[in-house]
Design a protein around this ligand. Structure first.
Ligand SMILES: Nc1ncnc2c1ncn2[C@@H]1O[C@H](COP(=O)(O)OP(=O)(O)O)[C@@H](O)[C@H]1O
Ligand SMILES: O=P(O)(O)OC[C@H]1O[C@](O)(COP(=O)(O)O)[C@@H](O)[C@@H]1O
Length: 333
């Protein structure tokens, strides 16, 4: 019988999700599989709310941000009755393979569904946070870096004009991949991400010392700090006040927020999305389930879903050392 593949996007949307859906649908068409999309994350499995996906619908889609399947969070899916209902609806729709594009939270959900549904489950990493272990990058991460860097470049212009301090808050949930990459690529002066932050007073002292040294060497200066969300006690506004207090300089907060989730995906995200989507379809019907398809040193890999959250993904020693050398410890002996 013809295989039926279903796909959904869950959790924070990320640029490139549409590119991934397109790759899945076209690969399924080539293999002779039927494809459906469940709408609004796991909510679509519960209601149920499902559409047929055709190759025609995929035209002109690769460059579009967001997700045509919509995304959402779904509390009921975390409960046993929600998981059982989803399994019932998947069986009624005669779905053979469910592909979930999302972050580690969505993978928790996909793994939990495994206990109630016999079909094949494949996760594809889609989140701007890049906080999924087992893959070097997640779909959406590269575009979010680009978006943040473009904004920080603009902030730098006005910071220079006024010799002001700016603190730019970026997303990342509890991970510093986006913050660190955006700071490095925008030549920011200081970066505060969860992995490099330990104590507020010591950090403030470091910032003050840097600004003073720069002023001694060059006179009035601008100074751009990139701050990951959820790190600074009191948030970006409080950090600005504290920096002003210790330096006597004007400091302004900028919160980039959900802008980082939107926009047309950059090529790197599109390529990642199509590679992972195509590979996922090549696994349909094979004796492999409860896995994520990711990328490791340029090669597509399958890893058990559980490994994606059991270990916290680390920033990488090179990125860390570069950040300290060019930013946080630039003026230290
Ligand atoms: N332990 C869990 N059991 C079942 N479903 C879960 C679990 N954790 C998360 N989910 C589902 O995944 C959704 C998305 O998770 P979330 O952490 O918000 O986003 P992301 O997938 O981007 O990390 C949740 O709203 C919920 O429906
Ligand atoms: O859209 P919301 O619910 O405000 O969530 C914001 C969070 O979603 C993200 O943009 C993406 O996170 P997830 O991919 O884990 O859902 C985070 O960077 C941010 O902390």
């Amino acid at each position: 019988m013809t295989k039926h593949v279903a796909v959904l996007t869950s959790g924070g949307d990320a640029p490139g999700m549409n590119a991934c859906i397109r790759a899945i649908v076209l690969s399924c068409e080539r293999a002779g599989y039927r494809v459906s999309g469940f709408l609004r994350g796991y909510n679509g499995l519960l209601e149920p709310d499902r559409i047929t996906l055709t190759a025609e619908r995929m035209h002109n889609l690769i460059q579009q941000g967001g997700t045509i399947l919509h995304s959402a969070r779904c509390e009921r899916f975390c409960e046993e009755d929600g998981l059982k209902l989803a399994a019932r609806h998947l069986n009624e729709a005669e779905v053979d393979t469910l592909i979930v594009i999302g972050g580690d939270g969505s993978f928790h959900g996909a793994h939990a569904l495994k206990a109630h549904w016999q079909g094949q489950i494949i996760g594809l990493p889609g989140t701007i946070d890049n906080d999924v272990d087992g893959t070097d990058a997640t779909i959406g991460y590269y575009t979010a870096i680009e978006t943040a860097v473009n904004s920080i470049d603009k902030v730098r212009d006005t910071a220079d004009a006024f010799d002001r301090v700016f603190v730019v808050e970026v997303m990342g949930r509890h991970a510093g991949f986006l913050g660190l990459s955006a700071a490095l690529a925008s030549a920011s002066d200081f970066v505060i991400v969860p992995e490099l932050f330990s104590e507020a007073q010591a950090t403030l002292a470091q910032i003050r010392q840097q600004i003073m040294q720069r002023q001694q060497r060059r006179g009035p200066v601008s100074y751009v700090i990139v701050l990951s969300e959820h790190v600074w006690p009191g948030g970006v506004t409080r950090l600005c006040e504290e920096v002003s207090d210790i330096t006597g300089l004007e400091a302004r907060p900028v919160t980039l927020g959900h802008v980082q989730r939107g926009g047309s995906p950059v090529s790197q995200d599109r390529i990642l999305a199509v590679k992972l989507g195509t590979h996922a379809v090549s696994l349909v019907g094979k004796d492999v389930t409860d896995i994520m398809v990711g990328i490791s040193s340029g090669a597509v890999v399958n890893v058990p879903l559980q490994t994606t959250w059991q270990k916290q993904k680390t920033l990488g020693e090179d990125a860390r050392a570069t950040a300290l050398c060019l930013m946080n410890q630039r003026y230290q002996d």
